[in-house]
Design a protein around this ligand. Structure first.
Ligand code: AMP
Length: 450
């Protein structure tokens, strides 16, 4: 990283002493009006990362936060920023860089929720959304900008009158992922056009070499706040695997969804195509499943996410696009339908459940082709997982109905592909699926969910 040499000789960060018992936000030094905002959000006691990071951030120190997804890290950086903003009100005060659009919207929601009573304005600047309306929003000079690096650089280079020369706070959230997504050049460009005299918070699930380099480039004498040892999964997460023949994956999936009916599920697939296919399959069997993947437009992705968040759908099928950072507090069960190829993605996927002190389950499908990948995961998390208990005979009883649903799903997928090619649009959401189901005779719609 070019800017890496700026403060290349910075000393290693101090390690914050282990946090004691959770205290109140007030004890951490959070001002009354923000304590009230936390209370209104139902945040009774600060989480570990908040206990560690907030006091040092309030003292004006730079912070490196190593925290799991779901740890409450957004609050850990948002509260000190809002408090500083209260003390010295200023427009274009803070910039939060984050790897994905979904995550940007979530962070913005938390800023709005915490800051509404003090009149904080924030704007989300991400790709896939009209640049003109973003330029207008930037012209109004919000207090906080939450952005993905690529689109922000676009505005810094092309939007007249917009600059970040007065910025006081920079947050790099999920820094490991920002760098893995090849946003290094963009981050460099941003670092060059914001004041050196600022506070910087860097949050990351993992401390990779690239993150260390960024830390040296961007932070001054930071305090390190780590709430988990490397690659640990949260304590309240019950992790299981099932070892099954590849050809029966769909039947086992349906069996598990039936066994754990009443829960909300997030199912991870390796490709957009398999996500879409599996969503169609499950819908053909009467489940309320909804897809979320990179071949859907931004609006449709947000639409899917919102339906799931609002609990109008109980099953969200996603590619790794959605595996990190999404704030979906009520996910009860994560299913790794396709095993992740990169073991670290396992941690991020299962991090969708058992968030903020709740309990949750994860079940990883291991076929004859996945044994080595699974062993790597067990090695990474440092434990052997138990098998999820199943009645094989019951699974086998499902195969016929599942085969029929697979056949219809394949047909629908083909039709969707043809329609897409002819209309050149991306009408691949559940609305489109619904219409097609009706066209296909509506028979399967009457079928009972099982
Ligand atoms: P984050 O890790 O920032 O994505 O936060 C995960 C979830 O924890 C979000 O839904 C937050 O609203 C929630 N949360 C953050 N801080 C607290 C807290 N102190 N108590 C309870 N929930 C919290």
């Amino acid at each position: 990283m070019a800017a890496g040499d700026e403060e290349g000789s910075a000393p290693e960060p101090e390690q914050e002493p282990a946090a004691e018992e959770p205290r109140s936000f007030k004890d951490l030094g959070v001002t009354d009006v923000l304590c009230e905002a936390c209370d209104q959000l139902g945040w009774k006691v600060p989480t570990k990362i908040q206990v560690e990071a907030i006091p040092v951030a309030l003292q004006g120190r730079d912070v490196i936060g190593l925290a799991e997804t779901g740890s409450g890290k957004t609050g850990a950086f948002a509260l000190p920023i809002l408090q500083a903003l209260l003390e010295t009100p200023q427009r274009l005060f803070a910039l939060v860089l984050t790897p994905t659009r979904e995550l940007a919207f979530q962070i913005s929601e938390q800023f709005e929720a915490l800051g509404s009573s003090i009149g904080v304005q924030s704007t989300v600047i991400v790709g896939g959304i009209d640049t003109m309306s973003q330029s207008l929003a930037l012209a109004k000079k919000p207090h906080v900008i939450i952005a993905t690096p690529g689109r922000l650089v676009d505005h810094l280079e092309n939007t007249k009158g917009f600059n970040l020369r007065a910025l006081k706070f920079l947050v790099m959230d999920e820094a490991d992922r920002i760098l893995n997504m090849d946003f290094e050049t963009e981050v460099d460009k941003i670092l060059k056009v914001i004041p050196r005299d600022r506070k910087t918070f860097l949050f990351s699930a993992t401390m990779t070499k690239k993150v260390q380099k960024l830390q040296r480039a961007a932070l001054k004498n930071p305090v390190k706040c780590a709430v988990s040892s490397k690659y640990q999964t949260v304590e309240k997460l019950q992790q299981y695997y099932i070892f099954i023949p590849s050809k029966f994956k769909d039947s086992y999936l349906v069996y598990i969804l039936n066994e754990l009916a009443g829960n909300s599920f997030m199912i991870f697939c390796s490709t957009c195509n398999n996500t879409q296919r599996t969503a169609l399959l499950l819908r053909n069997l009467g489940f309320t499943a909804i897809p979320l993947h990179g071949q859907m437009s931004q609006n449709k992705r947000l639409g899917s996410l919102n339906k799931f968040k609002a609990k109008a759908r109980s099953i969200l099928l996603a590619t790794d696009v959605a595996s990190r950072g999404l704030d979906i507090p009520h996910v009860d069960v994560v299913i790794n339908f396709d095993i992740p190829t990169h073991s670290k993605d396992y941690i991020h996927r299962v991090g969708r459940t058992a968030r903020a002190g709740r309990s949750g389950k994860s079940i990883t499908f291991v076929t004859q082709y996945d044994v080595e990948l699974f062993q790597r995961i067990e090695h990474l998390i440092g434990k052997k997982l138990p098998a999820f208990p199943m009645q094989e005979e019951e699974v086998m009883m499902l195969t016929e109905r599942v085969a029929e649903a697979q056949r219809i799903a394949r047909m629908e997928l083909r039709e969707q592909g043809e329609k897409k090619r002819s209309r050149n649009d991306d009408d691949d959401t559940e609305e489109a699926i619904g219409v097609r189901n009706k066209v296909a005779g509506g028979k399967k719609k009457k079928r009972k969910a099982f």
